[in-house]
Write a protein that binds this ligand. Structure first.
Ligand SMILES: Cc1cc2nc3c(=O)[nH]c(=O)nc-3n(C[C@H](O)[C@H](O)[C@H](O)COP(=O)(O)OP(=O)(O)OC[C@H]3O[C@@H](n4cnc5c(N)ncnc54)[C@H](O)[C@@H]3O)c2cc1C
Ligand SMILES: *[C@@H]1O[C@H](CO)[C@@H](O)[C@H](O)[C@H]1NC(C)=O
Ligand SMILES: *[C@@H]1O[C@H](CO)[C@@H](O)[C@H](O)[C@H]1NC(C)=O
Ligand SMILES: *[C@@H]1O[C@H](CO)[C@@H](O)[C@H](O)[C@H]1NC(C)=O
Ligand SMILES: *[C@@H]1O[C@H](CO)[C@@H](O)[C@H](O)[C@H]1NC(C)=O
Ligand SMILES: *[C@@H]1O[C@H](CO)[C@@H](O)[C@H](O)[C@H]1NC(C)=O
Ligand SMILES: *[C@@H]1O[C@H](CO)[C@@H](O)[C@H](O)[C@H]1NC(C)=O
Ligand SMILES: *[C@@H]1O[C@H](CO)[C@@H](O)[C@H](O)[C@H]1NC(C)=O
Ligand SMILES: *[C@@H]1O[C@H](CO)[C@@H](O)[C@H](O)[C@H]1NC(C)=O
Length: 540
């Protein structure tokens, strides 16, 4: 038994340790001082016009600019002590240096799409390193490669590729405003998934700044770190500056269609059937399903499934293929449109296909309050299982809920689980994204919507992957487990969420982290723990 005196010593020690990892007001001032003065004499200083403190009128607009989930705009959401928007690579080591010196916590932000706001929210005092000025894209159409800086958005990347060639593309996400810094480091997928895999599967080099402020490329960072940042999340390992990617071939003309079916039009049976075939289709064919409740005054409320597709070829090839593999959908020529690949990007993103310039716009038109979750399906869900989902969709909170079913198979079956940290390969029929949205007027009722999606997630348990119940890291979900705030998370605590995102790759990620950032400087609620810091004090 501990004597009382030992417990009180433990308590005091605990308090000292806890306080040491939160920045004091002095440390905050010293940090700013360090940023502005320490390197005044060099070309690498951070000029004051790249630093935004809360008393500056541009602070809130800069903070808000990249926020993609209104849940994290409330008054009560913790705000950064300062936002730093460097313009040159060589300025970033100094930010890291000053932060370490003064025990200041950093959040790195590229496109700001993190589902739980981890790139711009922290419970402990922090600053944002916002890579908004790092948006350069250089395409080499002859070599079929490109260098893309972290703050660039995938829409701009698609645009710059198409500007150089009509027959080159890149496999990444659907929403053009997503930033490549978070997206590629967490996987990144879209409608080319079955043909070419993830964005991270097509990264061939990268530049990163490590915890010591060193700028590394693929060669100097070594195989382990280069492996880790392609799907293991950048935020655990350093500041990713840029990626070199392998562009992929796309045909001169692709075909797209969107076919909607309601319950009255056999939506349930069609979705049920799709589960058996979508992962076995020709790799050039990608058909995802978006399911929502529709509230139409003149019709009865029902569930509508949208079968949205891209085929890497012409309609004349597509129609017989569909007739052979999915005749039940009843696809006809009139449903299909032929277009260039870049137009298909606009089509999937819901923009008019005539004006690709909209892809350069970094403002997402429809920022909402939302909560999302992900699941992997390995055996088809029976029709009664689907009908149970529809019952949940008839509840009031599901007014603007949606599930998106994305087929796997194709090349995903031919990439090994340990090739990169993203492990969800052969054996998965498809991935589900569960989403619930709500509006400003319901902001105070956010908990109702969040508990609705948690109910949906519990309902799904018997139908989806188990041991682990797998999840996609880029659909960040803090419900599946979090680290402790002080950065002293144990391996077993982090493994709860880590095993779901990474399966057995989690262990290798922990080894890489322990090697490259033993003191756990780069951390958040779901960062890879360092074995060293899990039993020692951190933050110094
Ligand atoms: C509207 C919307 C649509 C989406 N569509 C898709 C989709 O089609 N396919 C898909 O796969 N995903 C999609 N996502 C998810 C998206 O891939 C992830 O949210 C991704 O992490 C976003 O990257 P970001 O740079 O925009 O986000 P951020 O919030 O800036 O970053 C996300 C995480 O990465 C870290 N990070 C960011 N930049 C760096 C860097 N340079 N160095 C180190 N760490 C860094 C951040 O600290 C944070 O932890 C979508 C998200 C939204 C909101
Ligand atoms: C610039 O400042 C740094 C940090 O204070 C110092 O170490 C260095 O000697 C200075 N260099 C010159 C040329 O003054
Ligand atoms: C606000 O900050 C920006 C960037 O540091 C600077 O250019 C501007 O002068 C500041 N404005 C005020 C009113 O302090
Ligand atoms: C704004 O805040 C910074 C840091 O807290 C401080 O140095 C500066 O004097 C303040 N400026 C004004 C105009 O209040
Ligand atoms: C729905 O399926 C049934 C049974 O297969 C079929 O008879 C009916 O015509 C289908 N309805 C529609 C609208 O396709
Ligand atoms: C309801 O559905 C019908 C048929 O699909 C459509 O013509 C009509 O515009 C819809 N009405 C509303 C209010 O959405
Ligand atoms: C609407 O619902 C009623 C009662 O369930 C049903 O009789 C009717 O056929 C439905 N109408 C449509 C258009 O589905
Ligand atoms: C960018 O998109 C936003 C949101 O749709 C819009 O308000 C804005 O006008 C657009 N900007 C440009 C330059 O087109
Ligand atoms: C790809 O994986 C599938 C399913 O496991 C297998 O049938 C096929 O032979 C593999 N193809 C190649 C080229 O490895």
């Amino acid at each position: 038994m501990n004597s009382p005196s030992i417990s009180s010593i433990t308590l005091i020690l605990f308090l000292i340790l806890s306080c040491s990892s939160a920045a004091s007001a002095d440390e905050h001032d010293n940090f700013l001082e360090c940023l502005s003065n320490k390197f005044k004499n060099t070309t690498t200083s951070i000029s004051p016009n790249l630093i935004y403190t809360p008393n500056n009128s541009s602070y809130t607009p800069i903070l808000r600019f990249s926020i993609q989930n209104l849940r994290f705009t409330s008054e009560s959401t913790p705000k950064p002590l300062v936002i730093i928007t460097p313009e040159q690579e060589t300025q970033i080591p100094h930010v890291i240096y000053c932060a370490k010196e003064n025990n200041i916590h950093i959040r790195i932000r590229s496109g700001g799409h993190d589902y739980e706001g981890l790139s711009y929210v922290s419970e402990i005092p922090f600053v944002i390193l916002d890579l908004i000025n790092f948006d350069g894209i250089t395409v080499d159409a002859e070599q079929k490669t490109a260098w893309v800086e972290s703050g660039a958005r995938i829409g701009a990347l698609y645009y710059r590729i198409a500007e150089r060639s009509r027959t080159l593309g890149f496999p990444a996400g659907v929403c053009p405003t997503v930033g490549v810094g978070g997206h590629f480091s967490g996987g990144g997928y879209g409608s080319l998934l079955r043909k070419y895999g993830l964005s991270a599967d097509n990264v061939v080099d990268a530049r990163i700044i490590d915890v010591n402020g060193k700028i590394l490329d693929r060669k100097s960072m070594g195989d382990d770190l280069f492996w880790a940042i392609r799907g293991g999340g950048g935020a655990s390992f350093g500041v990713i500056l840029a990626w070199k990617i392998q562009l992929v071939d796309v045909p001169d003309r692709v075909s797209v269609f969107t076919v909607s079916r309601t319950l009255e039009q056999n939506a349930t049976q069609l979705i049920h059937r799709w589960q058996y075939i979508a992962n076995n289709f020709d790799r050039d064919l990608f058909i995802r399903i978006l399911v929502r409740r529709v509230n139409n005054i003149s019709q009865n409320t029902t569930i509508r499934a949208e079968f949205q597709s891209i085929f890497l070829g012409g309609v004349d090839t597509l129609l017989p293929l569909m007739q052979e593999s999915f005749p039940e959908l009843g696809l006809v020529r009139e449903d299909c449109i032929e277009m260039s690949w870049i137009q298909s990007v606009l089509y999937f993103a819901g923009f008019p296909i005539e004006s690709p310039e909209v892809l350069l716009n970094r403002t997402q038109p429809n920022v909402r309050y939302f909560k999302a979750k992900s699941d992997y399906v390995q055996r088809p869900i029976p029709e009664y299982g689907l009908e149970g989902i529809w019952r949940l969709f008839y509840e009031q909170e599901a007014d603007e809920a949606e599930i998106i079913l994305s087929p796997y198979g194709g090349i995903m079956d031919n990439i090994s689980e340990s090739s990169i940290p993203f492990p969800h390969r052969a054996g998965n029929l498809y991935k589900i994204q569960h989403l619930v949205y709500w509006g400003e007027n319901e902001a105070l009722n956010s908990d109702r919507y969040i508990s609705w999606i948690r109910r949906l997630y519990s309902y799904m348990a018997p139908y989806v992957s188990r041991f682990p119940r797998a999840a996609y890291m880029n659909y960040r979900d803090l419900d599946i487990g979090v680290n402790n705030n002080e950065g002293k998370t144990s391996y077993s605590q982090a493994r709860i969420w880590g095993f779901k995102y990474f399966k057995n790759n989690f262990d290798r990620l922990v080894r890489v982290k322990t090697k490259v950032d033993p003191g756990n400087f780069f951390r958040n609620e779901q960062s890879i723990p360092s074995l060293y810091s899990s039993w020692t004090k951190t933050g110094d």
